[in-house]
Design a protein around this ligand. Sequence first.
Ligand code: ZN
Length: 270
Amino acid sequence: MPMLNYKTKSIAPGTWAIEEKSPVSQGLCYLLCGTAQALLIDTGFGFPGLKSAVESLTDLPVTVVNTHGHVDHIGGNHFFSNIWLHADDRETFAMHSNMAYTSSLMPGLAFVLKTPLRRFLTQVLTVPPGGEYHYFTDGQTFDLGGRTVVCIHTPGHTPGSCVFLDKKQRLLFSGDTVCAWGVLLEFRECCPPEVFLESMERLLAIQESFGTIWPGHHAFPIDKGYLAEYREGAQEIVNGTAQFIRKGKRIFAKHGRILIALPPDYPKGA
Ligand SMILES: [Zn+2]
């Protein structure tokens, strides 16, 4: 078995971060427990051990919600029976259940696929069928018993990207829409920067309702100051005043602490 690790960390009453690590990836799932049920936000690549990590924290029935349909957020859905995704990410979900597409997105993987890990990774990078799927739109609420979580549609990284707000505990779970390192708007399923900009305006308008942001990757939690930086960075792209940097074939707009990755032929392909 390759080196894999699920590390759980209590972040608020009845709330845990579950960090998934492999030699080529790092991601975060979150488990929120009410009195009647538990909500699991994202399922990572879904390596063996995810389900037992969740079961070590709660006996409640688990509902899965995906922040978006990317392979590193949906891979463990099949361990659970009740799964929810934004309706606008059905196509992205289908693309990301296909290994030919997903392996082309991860340059680090090309090397690993030539090693004995190939068989294992093939299992992980295809999303096995299983579970019952439900599709929501903006404003969907999940009542966990004494605790309600609301979905806010924030398209950009994908058409159906969402964040989840727990108003009572003032936590915002942001998936890949807001991370410390940057946001990727470079894939064919991504929305134009104008759409991402509107999503940042939307989150800034409700920023009094949460204290911290819990992203899908990298450092956690992150401060709310990131929202204004993403808004300004996206505004500069839209205005044509962004400062661009190139890393190999990739192009990024840089603003303050954050990067916004754009399609390689930007602005032609945008
Ligand atoms: Zn993603």
